[in-house]
Design a protein around this ligand. Structure first.
Ligand code: SAM
Length: 275
């Protein structure tokens, strides 16, 4: 789905969310010695090594913690294994949506950062994660429930040049985009799968990019369609993408950052336990 180099260079806002939210989530969970932890959808591994692991160590789950960081993308895992190698992190290719997906163990804790909005069958993903959790194990995740980019995907899919590359656009616009209370929807879904939700929050978030160009680079790094577009059309795709996005952002210039752009988005943040 993504190019690891580009995602690693342009995932500032995902890193910002992780820095702010992961320590809070970890502090709300029960520390255990020698725990096994899953980071589902780890991407390039930056947040696994630099945010999740240190946050776990901070609250006492010290050197015996082992984190399994999985992603369905071979390219992401190859990249992560080199760039964010760590003796307490095992990177693995795995797709939790596959019925034959195998893991070496069950987990005390599962994290998933910015992943579930890419998964159209969230019930199936949650069921797999439930099966992977030990009894008394805890899961914590957040994902984008609403953002201007989903509106841009809709608009782009209506432009005749891009229609044939975006026929499955609905799979990339989460159901939460159409909901007035996605955290409650998720809480109900999690309960129906067998989890006991501990916290379900709708959070409104903001991120300030230095320029419109930087924001577009970030949006492109996580764009699921760009790799389907023939190379000779990619600049035109980007130009249309910018044109559709421009009216949806707010200019917030300061003396230090005269071209700053503020983007608002919503996330659902969940914490639950398997009893
Ligand atoms: C937006 S990235 C988030 C990466 C990282 N967690 C972060 O916070 O920067 C989403 C990742 O989820 C992975 N992913 C999506 N569906 C998956 C699945 N079914 N199984 C495993 N990984 C999946 C994608 O390959 C992608 O690398």
């Amino acid at each position: 789905m993504y190019d690891p180099d580009s995602y690693d260079n342009y995932s500032q806002f995902q890193r910002h969310d992780a820095k702010e939210l992961v320590p809070y989530l970890v502090a709300s969970m029960t520390p255990k010695l020698g725990e096994t932890v899953l980071d589902f959808g780890c991407g390039t591994g930056f947040n696994t090594k630099n945010i999740i692991l240190p946050a776990l160590s901070e609250i006492g789950s010290t050197t015996s913690t082992q984190v399994y960081a999985v992603d369905l993308s071979h390219k992401m895992i190859e990249f992560a294994s080199v760039r964010y190698e760590h003796p307490h992190v095992t990177y693995m290719v795995a797709d939790v949506m596959k019925d034959d997906c195998e893991f070496p163990c069950k987990f005390d804790k599962i994290f998933s950062l910015h992943v579930l909005h890419w998964i159209s069958d969230q019930r199936k993903a949650l069921k797999s994660l439930w099966n992977l959790l030990k009894i008394n194990g805890e899961i914590a995740f957040y994902y984008i429930s609403n953002a201007a980019v989903f509106n841009v995907y809709e608009k782009m899919s209506q432009i005749s040049t891009w229609q044939s590359f975006m026929t499955d656009v609905k799979n990339f616009i989460p159901k939460s985009y159409f909901s007035i209370d996605p955290a409650t929807d998720m809480q109900i879904l999690m309960s129906s799968v067998g989890f006991h939700p501990q916290e379900a929050l709708n959070c409104r978030r903001k991120f300030c990019f230095d320029s419109f160009g930087e924001m577009i680079d970030s949006a492109m790094a996580a764009n699921p369609f760009i790799h389907r577009i023939p190379e000779e059309l990619q600049e035109e795709y980007k130009a249309d993408f910018c044109r559709c996005f421009m009216p949806l952002v707010r200019l917030t210039p300061t003396i230090a950052k005269p071209n700053a752009i503020e983007v608002e988005y919503s996330i659902v943040m969940m914490r639950a336990i398997k009893l």
